[in-house]
Design a protein around this ligand. Structure first.
Ligand code: HPA
Length: 272
């Protein structure tokens, strides 16, 4: 793994990528942030050594390097989900690469089902914490100390400072946001009513099929993380309706503009 990561990093550095300030995983809900980036380079995943290539409709695969205001960013347009069949080390490979390109701060977005009764479709949730229920752990197996320690501290998985800064940005832009706990499940099925109830009772506010492996891996390497969910459907008792990929994409595209604006403003202001 170490060697593969270093080979990929070398390739990307040779292509002209230099020390990005932020690594961004453009999940559902942040796709349009691409439009806010002054793009220097867009490299298809297929051209990048050792990079997986994503298969899900609506998740095209490109690594984008450029700037937002005074900050350099590297963005993954298209991410890898465990349910697609990737091994965990493949799911998190790009995060390892970002770290060795020099990224210290990671921003992740996703679509999620809301289980908190105060949530509505289209709402935005800043992730304060997560519960990992994926069936495999990205750090299982022999630990490579060059990446990080065997036992990883997770007392602040999502940066309290970045959450506070984002809340301030949201308030200024008059965007209301929730804060809450993200529950990571494998998918690809959406949850049954009983599973949504379990997720809520176990202490989460939203549930989805991504993000947790990437954040765990980022924390392994000492990175600072920020995550945001777009609530694309509800798993609230008595309000569980049909959830479909199309509906999720539709709601996410609407909310994207707002989430994109939040993240853009956040990065611009942080670089002033
Ligand atoms: N459950 C799991 N993943 C999701 C959901 C959901 O309800 N909505 C969007 N991604």
């Amino acid at each position: 793994m170490w060697n593969k990561v270093q080979e990929t990093v070398k390739y990307l550095k040779n292509r002209g990528i230099t020390r990005p300030d932020y690594g961004i995983i453009l999940g559902t809900g942040l796709g349009n942030l691409v439009e806010k980036i002054d793009i220097d380079l867009a490299i298809p995943y297929a051209d990048i050594p050792h990079f997986p290539v994503s298969t899900v409709a609506g998740h095209s695969g490109e690594l984008i390097f450029g700037s937002i205001g005074g900050s350099k960013v590297i963005a993954m347009r298209g991410r890898f989900h465990y349910y697609e069949g990737w091994r965990m080390e493949e799911v998190v490979f790009p995060v390892r690469v970002m770290k060795y390109l020099g990224v210290e701060k990671m921003i992740v977005s996703n679509a999620a089902g809301g289980v908190n009764p105060n949530f509505k479709v289209g709402d935005i949730m800043l992730i304060t914490d997560h519960i990992n229920f994926l069936p495999e752990h990205p750090l299982r197996g022999e630990n490579d100390e060059r990446f990080g320690p065997r036992f990883v501290d997770m007392h602040e998985p999502y940066s309290l400072q970045m959450i506070a800064d984002m809340e301030a940005v949201a308030a200024r832009l008059s965007v209301s946001v929730h804060k809450g706990v993200y529950f990571g499940l494998q998918g690809p099925t959406f949850e049954t009513p009983a599973e949504y109830r379990m997720v809520y009772r176990m202490g989460a506010d939203a549930v989805g099929m991504s993000t947790v492996p990437e954040v765990i891996t980022a924390k392994h390497m000492g990175m600072t993380c920020f995550g945001v969910s777009v609530i694309t459907d509800l798993g609230i008792e008595g309000q569980v309706e049909v959830a479909s990929h199309e509906e999720v994409q539709k709601v996410a595209r609407k909310a994207e503009k707002v989430v994109g604006k939040l993240v853009e403003t956040f990065i611009r202001e942080a670089s002033l």
